[in-house]
Design a protein around this ligand. Structure first.
Ligand code: SF4
Length: 151
């Protein structure tokens, strides 16, 4: 994540790598691996957990932020902002990369502010990507399982 930020500040074109960060949780969830991205790979989650431990005020998140309504609302809001930003790039690669960088860095700043005010990884409790992963995972688990008879 730090490398992504530095490279993107030096050259906005690196912002395009943000798609990996956004797509990876969905990819794993669609492969039936649940929230493995959040627990093992997410650079944002580990950055928040690692660097905010010492400065976090460790307050509990307000209850309303833990409700499904709030998480769904934030997911819809973020998807709308993202779609709006992408629409205004007119398909120009450098603009897409910059929009991605802006989106990633804004959500990281919000995550840091939340992590300092509340517990370090509070962002993860409301993160649209994490919540989207849970929704995909729930749908995947509803699918009938195919059992092969090996006899
Ligand atoms: S909830 Fe979001 S920020 Fe947290 S680990 Fe998962 S994808 Fe990363």
């Amino acid at each position: 994540m730090i490398l992504f930020l530095i490279l993107s500040i030096l050259d906005f074109r690196f912002g395009i790598f943000g798609f990996i960060c956004m797509g990876a949780p969905m990819y794993h969830a669609l492969r039936g691996r649940g929230k493995i991205h959040c627990s093992k790979y997410c650079p944002r989650g580990s950055l928040l957990g690692l660097f905010l431990k010492k400065i976090s005020l460790n307050n509990a998140l307000p209850r309303f932020m833990l409700t499904k309504k709030f998480k769904n609302g934030l997911l819809i809001f973020m998807l709308s902002v993202f779609s709006f930003a992408m629409y205004h790039t007119d398909g120009v690669p450098i603009r897409i990369a910059f929009a991605m960088f802006r989106f990633m860095s804004t959500s990281l700043i919000v995550g840091i502010l939340m992590g300092v005010t509340f517990k370090p990884r509070s962002w993860c409790a409301v993160c649209p990507m994490g919540h989207g992963t849970v929704l995909i995972d729930q749908q995947m688990n509803k699918r009938p399982k195919v059992v092969f008879n090996t006899k």
